[in-house]
Design a protein around this ligand. Structure first.
Ligand SMILES: C[S@@+](CC[C@H](N)C(=O)[O-])C[C@H]1O[C@@H](n2cnc3c(N)ncnc32)[C@H](O)[C@@H]1O
Ligand SMILES: [Zn+2]
Length: 334
């Protein structure tokens, strides 16, 4: 953990008081980085540890919802990567990066970073600094280990790790150029969505950019080869909800047992509304299509982007994910 990151980017999650140099005590250094220390907020007197170079900035009392997500993610850390399909990841990444300007000066916050193979490590190669945040310490330890073993040392050293809850983000205002928020908001309870997005908006510079993705309520896993008429009904928006795959909110049923991860699946108008309420100007929301795997991959790779860009209603009405790009407007509607 770089000292500059603590004093210039991070704040107490309880009252958002920015940390200063005097708030760090008992620091043990590893080269130029703090490996172990104690951070104490002078306003609320809450103490937060830095261990193994990771800052633990969780509010003193986590909500039961966050606790259960944290436990599930800690248990699942090593399994997570295996569940991600490379084709869909590529499509999602392309959509998330479209229109985002990266340079060696770009400061990124990757919220809900997970093990980092999809975004954190790639972001570190494009940007000057990345603050990777996750509720799960196991996810971040894995993220850091993979970074150290796969990235050149100067790239890995651009990443700082913070255990924090997206519903109490410990970020100083107007410090980040880009916020990457991939597949996280759907795991938060709906009543916290706008506040979380507002925190993200406040952490961005006035020219900052949010790129985010969520699960799409309107996703349909139906095989278009077997139901070709779906294309027409999806384009004109008359596809019946009972043929869609995603439920509104709750826990997946896995062989008769409830999975531990909570999902809230969004429609694109709903995501648009939440972003506007948080004070964002929404640049665009697109659906991430992935046509059925039975189609030749070359055909999928050709058709998916064309359909996504040319027929946005089709993509928003069918895609597995929704990707949103937004910038802070600094006038929040409530
Ligand atoms: C589906 S994974 C996405 C990981 C990564 N962004 C990616 O796209 O590969 C969701 C991540 O969000 C984290 N997460 C869930 N709820 C969170 C919360 N309240 N605060 C911070 N992170 C959270 C989980 O621990 C998990 O690592
Ligand atoms: Zn405080």
């Amino acid at each position: 953990m770089k000292e500059e990151t603590i004093t210039n980017k991070l704040a107490c999650p309880t009252d958002r008081r920015p940390f200063g140099q005097d708030d760090i005590s008992g620091a043990e250094w590893q080269g130029s980085r703090i490996f172990k220390a104690r951070l104490c907020c002078p306003d609320c007197q809450t103490a937060y540890p830095i261990q193994d170079g990771i800052a633990f900035l969780l509010p003193p009392h986590l909500s039961l919802h966050s606790l259960s997500e944290q436990t599930a993610r800690d248990e699942d850390a090593t399994g997570y990567e295996k569940t991600k399909a490379p084709y869909e990841t590529k499509q999602e990444r392309k959509a998330l990066y479209q229109g985002v300007n990266f340079s060696s000066h770009t400061v990124v916050v990757d919220i809900g970073a997970g093990p980092g193979k999809r975004y954190t490590h790639d972001l570190a190669q494009r940007a000057g600094q990345v603050v990777a945040i996750d509720l799960s310490p196991e996810m971040l330890l894995l993220n850091a280990t993979i970074a150290q073993t796969t990235l050149p040392p100067d790239v890995a050293s651009r990443i700082d790790y913070v255990v924090a809850d997206a519903t109490a983000l410990p970020l100083q205002p107007k410090k980040f150029d880009v916020a990457l928020f991939a597949q996280v908001l759907e795991h938060l309870k709906p009543e916290t969505h706008v506040a979380c997005l507002t925190d993200i908006k406040n952490s961005l510079t006035p020219e900052g950019h949010l790129a985010m993705s969520v699960y799409n309520l309107k996703a349909t896993g139906r095989d278009i080869r077997r139901h070709p008429a779906d294309i027409f009904s999806l384009v004109i928006g008359t596809f019946p909800d009972e043929h869609r795959g995603n439920f509104r909110s709750g826990y997946h049923d896995l062989n008769g047992e409830k999975e531990k991860l909570y999902y809230y699946n969004f429609t694109s108008p709903e995501l648009y509304q939440a972003l506007c309420k948080a004070g964002f100007t929404v640049d665009r929301i697109t659906g991430i299509l992935s046509l059925p795997q039975q189609l030749p991959s070359i055909l999928r790779a050709m058709l998916d982007p064309v359909l996504t860009n040319r027929i946005p209603t089709f993509a928003c009405n069918r895609g597995q994910f929704l990707v949103a790009h937004a910038t802070p407007s600094f006038t929040s509607i409530n």
